[in-house]
Design a protein around this ligand. Structure first.
Ligand SMILES: [Zn+2]
Length: 174
């Protein structure tokens, strides 16, 4: 997958070319200027926590901010690209934790000397885990997402090379 480096300052000031970062089509929308912030790098790029924290961050931003004038360029079709993935990943994880907690709460304490008999909700949680874990990994790994950074730019895996070309064309023109 192509990895495209996008300058942080241009994510922050909204001056990136109007080329969708996912597909390269015309991009009337700008979203998620916060990903350019160096102070958020640990959330976004942490190899250990990044799986969930990045999507958690996207979900929170999607819920609490309206369409931005600054940030990364997205076309009409990909406007919700990160948002629906974040719902699936964070929501699926929350559902798993909730099912386990309910199953645990409903399991009666075993009589002395007997094994505990888990509530049937535990079985649902286990099935969900089996479905959710591989889908989560596939959705995460195939998604366009930030996977690297240096002082000046952030690298996005799976980003459109059209955006990279547009950035390079500008450099030639300057
Ligand atoms: Zn697009």
């Amino acid at each position: 997958m192509a990895k495209v480096f996008v300058p942080r300052d241009r994510i922050a000031d909204g001056s990136l070319p109007s080329v969708c970062i996912v597909c390269g089509r015309k991009a009337p929308y700008r979203r998620f200027p916060g990903v350019s912030s160096p102070s958020l790098a640990w959330i976004i790029l942490s190899p250990l926590f990044g799986l969930l924290t990045f999507w958690g961050y996207i979900l929170v931003v999607s819920l609490f901010s309206r369409d931005d004038q600054i940030g990364l360029p997205f076309c009409r079709r990909h406007r919700g690209y990160w948002t629906w993935r974040a719902w699936f990943i964070v929501g699926g994880f929350a559902a798993m934790v909730a099912l386990m907690a309910i199953g645990m709460a409903l399991t009666p304490p075993p009589p002395p000397g007997k094994e505990p008999h888990p509530h049937w909700i535990f079985n649902i949680a286990a099935c969900w885990l089996l479905i959710y874990l591989p889908s989560f990994l596939i959705v995460h790994l195939t998604a366009m997402r930030p996977t690297g950074s240096n002082r000046k730019s952030i690298g996005f895996s799976g980003a459109s090379v059209d955006l990279e070309n547009a950035l390079m064309d500008e450099e030639v023109e300057d």
